[in-house]
Design a protein around this ligand. Structure first.
Ligand code: ZN
Length: 519
């Protein structure tokens, strides 16, 4: 008993004095605090122009994210209320019009407004009404603690904050690197110059595709902004960097003005957000043809196809939660058969974020060959997923042992067939949205599954038909597919007769324009 009491006192005294590493870190943080006046900064607001990119929506998996320009950007951070507002206007500018993402390529100059306040996150819709984004709150709040002043505030709060010396061979500099943990699990590291300025943050946020996804933020061009505070006038951010991929740029801000301790910086949570119900994963099932089921009920559909001895599922979108619910629904409508294949339309993260759960199930992932390295070496590879563990990370296959046959890739065509049922993937030609895009054709029921290419609502005027729908039309003709029913990953099934009536005039117009341009 006496021994235990002594041990407890010993632990307490260490906590109170802090370890030598923590003391070194505290000294550096005090100097860093003084250098930019962090403690005296309650809020900050800054304006910028620059560019932003669409995370996970690159044209092919080996390229950087697709980029658009920021006509304006304003951020307001209020540390006391743990709230922030980010408002920006994007324009397409002269950036290449290849790649995906909601609203890409940009038409006009749409405004985006994102908020966080503690555990609440929301955005404004086109009508200016608040829309809850509960799933975004945690990471948005964490981003406050990797802002220039927020980093120093949060690091000072961590009793286990520590510092290390790091020599950078390529620049010949030795920097001090602070590491701390906040919000119970998020670890951030920051490199400090010999003027005690925070130059670079390296950290991780959870992502269904990348796991613990690396985020890098570079802060340069510090200037005085009043009240004894400094702020960096150039912010450059990466998200999704990986040694097998290289750099993935997300945002670059050239700051034109910054002020600290602004009035009314706290962002009040609107009632509609406060009372919003947490999102639930909803999977509805609808039979499309004998042995073919639409698994809908969310923003992205999947399709389950019954073979003699197994199930093939087309598309594993969004994330682990969605896929596990889709897997359960597929097994409910097609009982007592394993899921042997997951057929993927393309690598965009909203369409591939759930493929890991199918791999955990033992299914082989069918995808276009340009995704081979990305899927095999990164998405499906055993690597840390400590921030948001998923089924495959919690139940990994032994690297040496009998595992699933992870991937089947194809250049132009891939067929799954057992004599009773056939599912064929065709690579789509001439699409600006994704270089690896596949459409998935079921010759039995004459169903065509497609992603991000419409079909447009029946009767849409030719001028309003999306170029991606015209590309779908041209590929159906090229491949001479006999289609009766369209089953899009987004939205409801529709008839090919409607598709033909709506898209054929737009396709004819586009051909005429192309012929005219060639003269
Ligand atoms: Zn896409």
């Amino acid at each position: 008993m006496k021994y235990r009491l002594g041990a407890t006192l010993f632990v307490l005294s260490i906590l109170m004095a802090g370890s030598p590493a923590a003391q070194d870190a505290r000294g550096l943080l005090q100097a860093a605090d003084k250098a930019i006046g962090a403690s005296a900064v309650n809020s900050v607001q800054y304006n910028a122009t620059g560019w932003i990119r669409f995370l996970g929506q690159n044209f092919t998996a080996d390229q950087d994210w697709n980029r658009v320009d920021l006509q304006s950007y304003t951020a307001t951070i209020d540390y006391g209320s743990k709230s922030a507002k980010e408002e920006y206007v994007r324009v397409q500018g002269n950036n290449p019009r290849i790649g995906g993402g909601a609203g890409f390529p940009i038409v006009g100059a749409p405004r985006t407004t994102n908020f966080v306040n503690g555990n609440a996150a929301w955005t404004l819709n086109a009508q200016g009404q608040p829309q809850a984004q509960t799933g975004e709150a945690e990471v948005r709040q964490f981003m406050l603690w990797v802002s220039p002043h927020g980093f120093i505030k949060a690091a000072q709060q961590d009793p286990n904050v520590s510092v290390t010396d790091r020599h950078f061979v390529r620049t010949g500099r030795t920097l001090k690197v602070i590491g701390f943990t906040t919000m119970g699990k998020y670890r951030a590291t920051g490199e400090f110059s010999d003027q005690n300025l925070l130059e670079r943050v390296v950290t991780w946020i959870p992502n269904p595709v990348m796991g613990d996804m690396q985020v890098e933020i570079r802060y340069t061009e510090y200037k005085d902004v009043g009240n004894g505070a400094k702020f960096p006038f150039h912010i450059h951010m990466h998200q999704g960097d990986h040694p097998f991929l290289g750099g993935r740029n997300l945002m670059d801000l050239a700051i034109s003005s910054a002020v600290v301790n602004v009035a009314n910086a706290a962002q009040a949570v609107p009632d509609a957000v406060r009372t919003a119900k947490p999102p639930v994963v909803n999977v509805t099932t609808m039979q499309l043809a004998p042995g073919v089921w639409l698994l809908g009920g969310g923003s992205h559909n999947s399709v389950a196809v019954e073979f003699r001895d197994y199930i093939t599922v087309i598309e594993g979108p969004l994330d682990d939660d969605r896929s596990n619910a889709v897997i359960a629904a597929a097994k409910r409508v097609i009982p007592n058969k394993p899921i042997r294949y997951l057929v993927n339309t393309h690598h965009h993260w909203d369409h591939s974020g759930g493929i890991r759960a199918f791999a955990a199930e033992g299914a082989t992932i069918v995808t276009q060959e340009s995704n081979k390295d990305f899927y095999e070496r990164i998405v499906l590879a055993p690597q840390p997923r400590s921030l948001s563990p998923d089924r495959l990370s919690k139940f990994p296959f032994a690297t040496t042992g009998p595992g699933p046959q992870k991937l089947e890739t194809f250049a132009e065509r891939h067929a799954i067939s057992d004599g009773t049922q056939t599912v064929i993937s065709y690579h789509v030609e001439g699409l600006n949205h994704a270089g690896d895009m596949a459409i998935v054709y079921l010759p039995g029921p004459k169903i065509l599954v497609s992603a991000d290419m419409g079909p447009p609502a029946a009767g849409t005027p030719a001028a309003n038909v999306n170029a991606n729908s015209v590309t779908l039309y041209n590929n159906i003709k090229r491949l001479k597919l006999d289609v009766t029913q369209h089953v899009p990953i987004h939205g409801n099934p529709s008839s090919h007769a409607d598709f033909e009536r709506t898209v054929a005039p737009a396709a004819a117009q586009q051909q005429q324009t192309a012929a005219g341009a060639g003269q």
